[in-house]
Structure formats: structure tokens, C-alpha cells
Design a protein around this ligand. Structure first.
Ligand code: XIL
Length: 364
């Protein structure tokens, strides 16, 4: 072993092992991991499993309880996104009371493992606490509640969040604003979206502020709506820095071949782009086990999404929505579907994992 390589090996082993017992044997050494294979400055991320659907599953909270899970999370990824732990219902469960424990722990974990963090999310129609959705507030009160929340949460992690999904899923698939189900837009009008970006920017001027949604991989009515809105907001000086497609794909539908072209048009507005919640689900055979052909096609979808991002210079962040099937949200939300992630339940690697790693390594 060359001295330089030896020093790098020792350095990585020590830093990775700080918060968790030791470098992960199941990942076969650091040089075979996704983060090692990635080109410099390109972040390969995962959601951090916990909260949300996990609370009704027959296992303890993954992030806080599963040590092998934490080892793989540390070893494989250079970016992490709290899957639920920064959402309103989790972090702000009662009016005037915040629950920062797990979010703090995720940010600390990320620092110890030299990972960046994507904050998720501040203005959304879903996973809001009852006190908010069912409460009676005047418009001024509601506005003050949102402002206080954004200032508090973004301010708390100031300097430690690389990208924030400020607004999540504000358009329907036809490109209409969600004026019925998004409490903020319904009660306060569309101008509240710009205010959310302004308040977030004041609270953390370095964080890159994103719009994030699903079914916006292609050029379509929904992504057109984002394109028009962001163009207007930027012209008005609103601090919008990024546009991201979640990337929840299914083998039951074709691959969005124009993903790269779509990302490029947003880059053309001067924006960063990202893929933030990538997974590839499939309708499972009766056995519950995917076929070889399904696994090959899944690997192909993962690889093509990653390639689209790598081909766009503004796309420097690619995050998968969990890395191990046993913790995936897919079987809980899509009946009869599953196997959407890149690892089997024992953390062994599926063809999709190998496809991601070789695709990264080819650009290193
Ligand atoms: C999902 C989580 O994975 C689940 O644990 C939770 O029960 C529901 O939300 N788009 C998003 C994510 O922006 O926040 C969603 O995450 C998946 C779809």
C-alpha cells in the first residue's frame, strides 16, 4: 500500500468510526462505498429513517436504535435528509413547543461523519400537526406562526444545513397551486410562498433554498408551473436558489427520458438542481421477491436518474429515499409494491447499488 493511500485509509476509518463503533465490515471497506466513488463536490445522500410511517411498524426507530443501520448510513453517504424528523408534526408537535431532539442528533451525526444535511421541509400541505390544521387563527396569527417556525427551525441549524426544501409539493399534477389542501396558500394566498423563502434566507443566509416536488422529473404541466413561478420570484428578487425533483419512480411507468433536459432548463434560470428522494418501486410477484428482470430494470432506472444529474453541472446532490428495503415507505403507501431501495434487509447490495457505485466511479 502506498503511504498516501494508507494515511487516507486511516483518516477515513477514524473519522467514520467516531460516532459508531467501527468502519462497516458489511460495506467491504471505505473504498467500495458510494461516497468514496463519487466525484469531488458531488453529494450522494440518503433519507434518515425515523418518524412518519416508521412509528407504526414492528421495529424500533431506525436512526436512534439500529446500530448496523447507522454504520451503513455513515459509511456510504455524504449527505443526509431527515425523512420525517424536521417536518412540522414531528418538530413542532404543540403550539409553542418544539421537539428538536432527533433533528439535533441527525445534524450532529452528519457533522461527525463529514456529511452535509438537506433540511426537509418548511411549507407543505402534509404532515402538519393537528393544533395547526384544526386550530382557529386569524390571518395575522397564522402568518406569525409560520414566520416564527421558519425563523426558529432554520435559525437553530444555521450554517449546518446545505439545502432546505423550503416549499414542498405546492402544485398539483395539472400545475395548479394547491389552494385547497395547503393551509398556508389557502388561508394566506400564494404570496406566502415568497415570504417563506425570505424568512428562511434571513435565518440562514448560506443555506440554498429549494422548491421540491414529485412528478416533475419530466417537462410537463407541473414542472412548467414551477418554471414560471420561479422565474417570476427570481425577477422579483426572492431568494430561491434551487429546484429539485424527488425522483420516486415506478417500473410500472416508463422512465422520464427528458429528465436531463428538464434539469437543464432550471439550471438556465441560474438555479441549483438536485434529485432528493430517489427510489424505484415495482409491483411485486406473489412471492414478494423481485425477479431478476425487475432488479435489472430497477438498476437501469437508478443509473439513468444518476446519469441525468451527473450530466447537469448544477446538479451536485443525489439523494435516495432510504437505502434498505425493510425501512422503505413504499410498501406502506403503495399497495402491492415494494423492493424500491438499493439494499436487501441484511444490507447486502442489490444490482441498483452496484449501478449507482459504478456510475459514480466512472465520473470520479
Ligand atoms: C414520507 C416518509 O418517507 C414517510 O415515512 C412518511 O410516513 C410520509 O412521508 N414526498 C416527500 C416526503 O416529500 O416527505 C415523503 O416522505 C414522501 C413523498
Amino acid at each position: 500500500m502506498k503511504p498516501a493511500r494508507l494515511i487516507l485509509t486511516l483518516f477515513t476509518a477514524v473519522t467514520l468510526s467516531a460516532p459508531v463503533a467501527s468502519a462497516a465490515p458489511e460495506t467491504g471497506g471505505h473504498h467500495q462505498t458510494l461516497r468514496w466513488a463519487a466525484p469531488k463536490g458531488f453529494h450522494i445522500g440518503s433519507a434518515v429513517a425515523g418518524g412518519g410511517h416508521h412509528e407504526n411498524q414492528p421495529y424500533p426507530d431506525p436512526f436512534t436504535s439500529d446500530r448496523p443501520y447507522r454504520r451503513v448510513l455513515a459509511a456510504e453517504f455524504s449527505s443526509v435528509s431527515p425523512e420525517n424528523q424536521m417536518k412540522w408534526e414531528y418538530i413542532h408537535p404543540e403550539r409553542g413547543r418544539y421537539n428538536f431532539g432527533t433533528a439535533d442528533a441527525i445534524v450532529r451525526f452528519a457533522q461527525q461523519n463529514r456529511q452535509v444535511v438537506r433540511g426537509h421541509t418548511l411549507l407543505w400541505h402534509s404532515q402538519n400537526p393537528e393544533w395547526l390544521e384544526k386550530g382557529t387563527f386569524t390571518k395575522d396569527e397564522l402568518r406569525a406562526i409560520l414566520r416564527e417556525h421558519i425563523t426558529t427551525v432554520v435559525g437553530r441549524y444555521r450554517g449546518r444545513i446545505q439545502q432546505w426544501d423550503v416549499a414542498n409539493e405546492i402544485f398539483t399534477d395539472t400545475g395548479a397551486l394547491r389552494t385547497a389542501d395547503n393551509i398556508w396558500i389557502r388561508e394566506l394566498g400564494p404570496g406566502i410562498v415568497a415570504d417563506a423563502f425570505r424568512w428562511a434566507h434571513q435565518a440562514d443566509p448560506k443555506a440554498k433554498l429549494f422548491f421540491n416536488d414529485y412528478n416533475v422529473e419530466s417537462v410537463n404541466a407541473k414542472s412548467d408551473a414551477y418554471y414560471a413561478l420561479i422565474k417570476d420570484l427570481r425577477a422579483a428578487g426572492v431568494p430561491v436558489h434551487g429546484f429539485s425533483a424527488q425522483g420516486h419512480l415506478s417500473l410500472d411507468y416508463g422512465f422520464p427520458d427528458d429528465l436531463e433536459r428538464n434539469l437543464k432548463r432550471f439550471a438556465g434560470l441560474g438555479l441549483q438542481t438536485a434529485l432528493t428522494e430517489v427510489d424505484v418501486r415495482m409491483t411485486l410477484p406473489a412471492s414478494g421477491v423481485p425477479t431478476e428482470a425487475q432488479l435489472r430494470q430497477q438498476a437501469d432506472y437508478y443509473q439513468r436518474m444518476l446519469t441525468a444529474c451527473l450530466n447537469v453541472s448544477s446538479c451536485r446532490s443525489f439523494t435516495i429515499w432510504g437505502f434498505v428495503d425493510k425501512y422503505s415507505w413504499v410498501p406502506v403507501f403503495f399497495q402491492g409494491q415494494g423492493a424500491a431501495t438499493v439494499m436487501w434487509d441484511d444490507f447486502s447490495r442489490k444490482p441498483a447499488y452496484d449501478a449507482l457505485r459504478s456510475t459514480l466511479a466512472a465520473r470520479r
